[in-house]
Ligand binder design. Structure first.
Ligand SMILES: C[S@@+](CC[C@H](N)C(=O)[O-])C[C@H]1O[C@@H](n2cnc3c(N)ncnc32)[C@H](O)[C@@H]1O
Length: 453
């Protein structure tokens, strides 16, 4: 069979499987009943805005668009809820992403700390937290005076010529060359350069022939003017300067409030100190590849220089369904993994359904699912050891439907919390969403609140 026939055949089988799915029209609500009963909790309906979208209008948060972040207003509501109970809380985020939690905490004048494994996101979060004292006028002046005669080459290991039109590419190389030529002899110069690098990273997808929705892919019929890099870069630098003015006028007292984000793996990072509150959103089971989706920005800013480096980074993250087969084989053969009866049953059902279907996009899916919960167990265990007694661990996560098997990710995370000695205070349904596989199946996103008594 020709390769194209094979692909068509796989697509047809996939369509038939979706059409015949016993989960059509179903919902996570119905499929959760037995799990909730066993946990002895009721799901509370509390629909609220948890997605990143409204952040595009919020100071600082809007500097870098990040589809996978959560909303600043959600973080604020958690801070408000507990500010009486914890006087001057120290707040932690083990999956810091672009720093939504840490930025919002700093805007309240509280201390915070976070961990992020993707170096681009760690850089973005760190720059958003560390540059509050940069003079807005100085930033604009440095940008306006940046040399425009020093081109710095685009990354060579990516398909850069397909990603960008020729004129756009030339202008990006000029901006990159200008930023790289800036001296960093002192902290002030370093902070300005970092802000310009952040601005540059935040325009790359917009001026490319790509789109992120949420995965990175080619955008059909997208027209980008050659001058777009300069137009958007100028707008971004002015937006950052405007926000710095607001910060320096309204949040002056908090400019020096401690907020750090470490480039590290949350499974193994050893924390120095105790936290009162953990507010976080882990990667979703079977969800997005946080490395490949940011490869353009990572490569242009020099955080990675090859696909091998991207792959290595991906394999260190909490697992997604795009990891290397070897990683899952090694996991399968390893002895010290966390499991429980729910995970084993889910694994069994997924492998049975894959057999019935005669194939699936990843035959090792049961073990990818298992590894996800093992990764989460390791992170949670690590984090809990630094949670003060009476402290709360709040997680925002979505559930999944895999090969027609419902995976109650939120409830499983709560169960892991119980196994690790925490109490389940509440589980709130914050948002309804559709399954990517069977569109008529309704999934949810939840806010899980665990307490260390
Ligand atoms: C859902 S996002 C968090 C977004 C964040 N709440 C925000 O608003 O920006 C999950 C993050 O976890 C990071 N991550 C995945 N595995 C990790 C690990 N083992 N250690 C640290 N960070 C990890 C990913 O790179 C991603 O940025």
């Amino acid at each position: 069979m020709e390769k194209s026939d094979k692909i068509q055949n796989t697509l047809d089988i996939r369509k038939i499987n979706i059409m015949k799915s016993p989960k059509k029209g179903g919902s996570s609500e119905a499929d959760s009943v037995m799990y909730l009963k066993e946990l002895g909790v009721e799901l509370i309906d509390n629909l609220q805005p948890i997605q990143f979208t409204p952040n595009i209008n919020e100071h600082i948060h809007r500097w870098a668009p990040y589809v996978q972040g959560f909303s600043a207003s959600f973080v604020q509501s958690v801070i408000d809820r507990y500010k009486e109970e914890y006087q001057d809380p120290i707040i932690f985020d083990p999956f810091a992403g672009c720093g939504t939690v840490l930025v919002q905490v700093k805007l309240n004048g509280y201390e915070s700390c976070g961990v992020e494994l993707n170096p681009l996101l760690q850089f973005i979060a760190d720059t958003k937290l560390d540059s509050w004292d940069v003079s807005p006028n100085h930033l604009i002046k440095v940008y306006n005076n940046m040399p425009r005669n020093k081109r710095s080459p685009a990354p060579t290991f990516l398909k850069t010529e397909r990603h960008f039109n020729k004129g756009v590419l030339e202008n990006l190389e000029i901006i990159k060359g200008g930023i790289e030529s800036l001296e960093t002899l002192n902290e002030k110069q370093m902070k300005v350069k970092n802000l310009l690098k952040l601005a540059f990273s935040s325009i790359l997808i917009e001026v490319s022939n790509l789109k992120r929705s949420p995965c990175l892919g080619y955008a059909k019929n997208k027209k980008v003017e050659d001058t777009a890099p300069f137009v958007l870069m100028t707008q971004k630098v002015h937006q950052i300067a405007d926000d710095l003015r607001v910060i320096q006028a309204q949040y002056r007292d908090f400019i020096k409030t401690k907020a750090e984000v470490f480039l590290a793996n949350s499974k193994t990072y050893s924390y120095n100190g105790k936290f009162n509150l953990v507010i976080t959103s882990p990667p979703y089971m079977n969800g997005l590849d946080y490395v490949i989706n940011y490869k353009i920005e990572m490569a242009w800013l020099g955080f990675v220089n090859s696909y091998e480096e991207l792959k290595k980074l991906k394999d260190d993250m909490v697992v997604c369904d795009n990891v290397s087969k070897k990683l899952i084989r090694d996991f399968y053969n390893s002895k010290s993994t966390y499991t429980n009866d729910w995970i084993e049953e889910i694994k069994y059902k997924i492998s049975e359904n894959i057999k019935k279907r005669g194939g699936y996009r990843r035959l090792d899916m049961p073990y990818i699912v298992h590894k996800y919960f093992d990764d989460m167990y390791k992170v949670m265990k690590n984090v809990i050891s630094s949670l003060s007694s009476g402290g709360r661990f709040i997680l925002v996560v979505g559930d999944s439907l895999i090969a027609d098997v419902y995976v109650p990710t939120d409830l499983l995370i709560a169960k892991i919390g119980l196994d690790l000695g925490l109490k389940i205070e509440k589980i709130e349904k914050a948002r309804e969403r559709r399954s990517g596989q069977v569109r008529s199946y309704r999934l949810r996103e939840s806010v899980i609140t665990l307490v260390k008594e």
